[in-house]
Design a protein around this ligand. Sequence first.
Ligand SMILES: *Cc1c(COP(=O)(O)O)cnc(C)c1O
Length: 470
Amino acid sequence: MRSEEFRRSAAAVIDWIAEYLDHAENYPVAPRVSPGEIRAQLPPSPPEAGEKFAEIFADFEQVLFPGVMHWQSPNFFGYFPSNNSFPSILGELLSAGLGVQGMLWATSPACTELETHVLDWLVDLLGLPRRFHSSSAGGGVIQDSASSSAVCALIAACHRATGGRAAREGMDRRLTAYASSQAHSSIIKAARLTGLGEENLRLIDVDADFAMRPDALDAAISADRAAGKTPAFVAATIGTTSSMAIDPLAEIGAVSRRQGVWLHVDAAMAGTATLCPEYRHLNQHLDAADSYCFNPHKWMFTNFDCDCFFVADRSSLIDAMSVTPEYLRNRASAGGEVFDYRDWQIPLGRRFRALKLWFVLRSFGIEELRRRIRSHIDCARQFAEWVQADSRFELAAPPRLSLVCFRHRSDDATNQRLLEMLQRDGRIFLSHTRLGDRFVLRMSIGQTRTTIEHVRAAWKLIQEFAPPVP
Ligand SMILES: *Cc1c(COP(=O)(O)O)cnc(C)c1O
């Protein structure tokens, strides 16, 4: 492809994206395809001779497009938001155009410095502890996902708890970790991947609001210590995926500090809300946290992937991760005056992800980001009121921020059927969870273009499909 064709094609793609995002609500949210249906339309091997962009794009529209889920539809209320925005897409495009590898400061100084700078902005904007600012002993880095942040935090925690032996000699079989039974599956995955082992991750009981019980945490750590174990890591959650439950950070922080274990705080979904001063209190007790992450790629109009990960003491992370072959040695790194972000993450290579975040922050401006987040939260509050006003339904957990967990006042099978009917209908998309061993519907409101009118229409549809209570 020559630059002339690139220019023309790129203009067409940009037009297509603008048109798509402006009208994404016109599509059934979930695709109606069966397993294998998309692949069956693809040739068994790639072409020997290059094809014209127009032909490739035609196949994108005809073969692939019918098989995508419309996550950007304002009628998407499933799982969690994964919203995007025009400035974010432009930042992503520039990152692809530059194609830089930001593994070391030296391999693209702007990539590292913008990232450090934007993450420092976020420390101030979210009211995070000063310890997470790059001017202290800590700092922030962009990871691909909250899952990677969990792995990095756990590696650093085990490194610290063993005085570095975990990295040299392998995982100590005595190491233990703790998270609530409502913690995200990525914490369990991190326990598996790091070699800590799922059996050495204790899932702590929760209270009636699905938040971790600090007394149970304290007891579990003490019991392990008495049994000769080495408690190393606690993961607390601000905004669990199932129900947006908020673990009591002040108490968990006190336990972690007293017990000398690494405290990682996962705010993947809820963190964005703390851009608004009225939700800043969620971050109030982070002083004891050793690491923290949240996902602009969920609710902050920044397309996947972009997880902001902060550590209070970067040296425990870097000591655990840094391996320097000769071909990466350079004066700036040796001088110790720069960050080499390869040492803060699992892969060596890294994309220029800060660009899209910088574009979003500057193009929206903080006031507009706050306005949109507040509007989502207002929508959720209104939706919860509607649920409570209909005697067929009940709330299944306290509604928090942008998430409402609710259920039909009957059995699991009825709720499951209701969800399936809605998903088959396609005009809206909701997903489910289990809370207190009951099947629960989740209304997660956070798409870029979702307004109260979309939420009102969704509720009307749910009411239409809902049977009377037996
Ligand atoms: C979504 C979510 C995750 C996982 O996020 P990824 O970035 O996809 O790994 C982890 N924790 C919580 C609380 C989440 O909501």
